[in-house]
Design a protein around this ligand. Structure first.
Ligand code: NOJ
Ligand code: CA
Length: 678
């Protein structure tokens, strides 16, 4: 049961905090600070000037979550916005609305917050105005810098952002390294804050005790550099903006707003999963017609290349042949899948493309890929081709062809495109994927796609920051280690704990195209690798890892005569509601979701390499009916290493008010489909 932090306590608390500021010489009076609380009164944020620097602190139920932390931005001009501030005034307001996601993990989203705008001036001549906008929600706090229109500040360069996150103790932090050739495709590390000697990507998640989970990220990254974080001594993290190759962090023009810096705060790890603060901080949908935007399950000519059965380039084993694509189309049609992805269909794959993508041509299919015949055949069978643009990060080459490339697919009725940006040296072999250069490119592709009524699934993407609210054709993206690492990862693939970390880290940004569903787990084609899960866990991933485009990644032949495949046929990709039932980061997690197009519920539960039993209450079910539960669970002898295929499928009657115990094998999982009994 959540406690409400009473107004009286809050005021008392605010007064004592301001007193502390006065005694410590941090401010010169109450006019130097402003406060704002969450709608439920539990979350509390104080803005204050400390030695003329802008600072903020965050509390929950009166306890500090973030100690006083500096804010500010340095420009290359004579005057910057790093200190020397005076407060010109405060404005406060409240907002509450419920909006509907066209697709998503939950249909109706409550967006409710209190806002504090701080108008600041720098005590020097020249450009001087800066606003900081704070929003305090029940599930966290966010703030952004706004440069108002003003004399002397037109085009400007941001050289540094001084935003700090000053934690209250040496907490455990789950993080991924930034500035690496493989972008976000690294395993997560768990360390103590003070041990981190690296720059880290966000979402970065902090376990601050049994009842305090914090995730630091950003929302609405639209024309700015990504925020990465580094340890700045004590328990402090500071923002490090990813630079352009010339060293500038951000090119801007006033009026200008930065992305939101977000701190999601939960009492349980499941609270983080059920937080929609990142989406709420993005602009509403800007597309008038969204009738063409549809979540879907897909199969594709993909895994066969990753396990070396066929090739992207031409030759005797070329994967993307008309005949092969038709086989996948038949399989998709027979099993009610919406799409067939085809990679390796166009000119450019016979080069050293991952180092130089300039050979890619996006309107010239290989001779054995007849796009007209394929798309006609697919249309007859009620299936769509999922197009593919691997750019090899030759952004200049891609942008020069972008308009034609999207128009080409549109002409053939293709309205899903998976794109890719492989190149260890970055965009145009010199810019970071996560720089403002990269952010601008991904946005351009998204806008062009929308113009041609095309939905995107971006691999090697910019991180997800909720842009899908504004552009609902931004369906899903990779941006972490997906299934492909199990096929060829030199380290043996993703360890069993990997997928138990993702829901509390990467997935807090947004959907991921992880591509689950490998049934031939031993990978006979690649003797040094295997998928490090049981078969039941592969099924559970369809619920645990949210994506509106969800692949059944294995070869169609591997699904033949597999009763477990029924779960993949049944599982939806669009949800009415989502709940995080339990979870310990890196250990286990159980998520339930209700289908948006029926009253069915689906449960996914997964564990790391530890075998365990979890008891969950079925109180999420409608109390007025009984349900049939079809359970796909690890068999008694199942183990991810040497007995991954041991699976039991059982049917039983259940109802709200009951609890069920989930037995998960080492590296295992369980998937359950609940449907109402008439
Ligand atoms: C990396 C992507 O993650 C993968 O899905 C794709 O098959 C290859 N690049 C080739 O584009
Ligand atoms: Ca990848």
């Amino acid at each position: 049961m959540k406690k409400t932090f009473e107004h009286g306590q809050r005021v008392l608390f605010a007064v004592s905090f301001i007193l502390v500021l006065l005694i410590s010489g941090c401010g010169s009076g109450p006019q130097n600070s402003g406060e704002v609380t969450s709608p439920d009164g539990r979350m509390f944020l104080v803005f204050n000037l400390k030695n003329d620097s802008a600072c903020y602190a965050v509390f929950r139920d009166g306890n500090p979550v973030i100690n006083n932390s500096q804010l500010g931005i340095s420009l290359d001009e004579m005057v910057d916005f790093a200190g020397n501030f005076t407060i010109d005034g405060f404005e406060t307001s409240s907002f509450s609305e419920t909006w509907e996601q066209p697709w998503g993990e939950k249909r109706e989203i409550l967006n409710e917050y209190n806002e504090l705008v701080v108008h600041l001036s720098v005590k020097e001549s020249g450009p001087e105005k800066l606003d900081i906008v704070f929003r305090v929600f029940d599930d966290g706090v966010a703030f952004r810098y706004v440069f108002p229109e003003q004399e002397g500040l037109k085009e400007f360069k941001i050289m540094d952002e001084l935003t700090e996150f000053n934690f209250t103790a040496n907490h455990d932090v789950w993080w991924q390294p930034a500035y690496r050739p493989d972008r976000y495709e690294y395993l997560y590390n768990k360390s103590r804050l003070q041990e981190v000697a690296d720059t880290m990507h966000t979402p970065l998640t902090i376990e601050a005790g049994d009842d305090l989970y914090i995730s630091v990220h950003e929302a609405a990254l639209t024309d700015y550099a990504s925020m990465t974080l580094f340890h700045k001594g004590s328990n402090k993290l500071e923002c490090d903006l990813v630079p352009w190759s010339d060293g500038v962090k951000v090119y801007a023009e006033a009026p200008f707003s930065t992305p939101w810096r977000t701190i999601q705060i939960g009492e349980t790890s499941g609270d983080l999963i059920e937080s929609y603060m990142i989406l709420n901080l993005n602009e509403p949908n800007c597309l008038e017609d969204v009738s063409w935007i549809k979540p879907a399950k897909y199969v594709g000519i993909w895994w066969e290349m990753h396990i070396n059965k066929s090739t992207w380039g031409q030759g005797p084993n070329h994967g993307a042949t008309t005949a092969n694509v038709k086989k996948y189309i038949d399989f998709a049609a027979e099993n009610n899948f919406g799409g067939v992805l085809v990679e390796g269909w166009n000119l450019g794959w016979d080069t050293d493309w991952w180092n130089d993508g300039n050979g890619f041509n996006f309107t010239t299919p290989y001779p054995d890929f007849d796009i007209k015949e394929i798309t006609d055949y697919a249309a007859c069978r009620g299936v769509e081709l999922v197009g593919h643009h691997e750019t090899g990060c030759a952004v200049e080459n891609y942008e020069a062809q972008m308009e034609d490339a999207y128009a080409f697919y549109e002409k053939y009725g293709v309205n899903y495109i998976k794109s890719g940006y492989v190149n260890p040296r970055g965009m145009n072999s010199k810019e970071w994927h996560h720089s403002q250069f990269g952010v601008r490119h991904y946005r351009k592709a998204l806008e062009t796609a929308a113009k041609h009524q095309i939905m995107l699934d971006v691999h090697e993407p910019i991180k997800a920051t909720g842009i899908r609210r504004t552009y609902p054709n931004m369906m899903t993206r990779e941006g972490s280690r997906g299934m492909e690492f199990n096929a060829w990862g030199p380290d043996g693939g993703n360890p069993p704990e990997h997928e138990t970390i993702l829901p509390f880290t990467r997935l807090l940004g947004g959907p991921m195209d992880f591509t689950p569903g490998i049934f031939n787990i031993a990978l006979p084609e690649n003797p040094n690798n295997q998928v490090n899960t049981t078969l039941a866990k592969q099924l559970a991933l369809y619920v645990v890892i949210y994506s509106p485009l969800q692949m059944a990644a294995d070869l169609p032949a591997n699904y033949e005569e597999q009763p477990a495949f029924q779960f993949i046929r049944d599982v939806p990709v669009d949800w009415e509601d989502t709940r995080g039932l339990n979870g310990e980061i890196g250990e286990y997690v159980t998520i339930v979701r209700q289908d948006r197009n029926s009253e069915d519920w689906f449960l996914g539960s997964i564990t790391n390499e530890q075998e365990r039993s979890l008891t969950v209450s079925l109180d999420f079910l409608d109390p007025d009916t009984k349900y049939k539960a079809v359970t796909y669970k690890d068999g008694a002898e199942a183990h991810y290493k040497d007995n991954p295929l041991d699976i039991r499928i059982e049917e039983k009657e259940v109802a709200a008010g009951m609890s069920i115990t989930l037995h998960l094998a080492a590296g295992g999982g369980q998937a359950v489909h609940f449907s109402k009994l008439k």
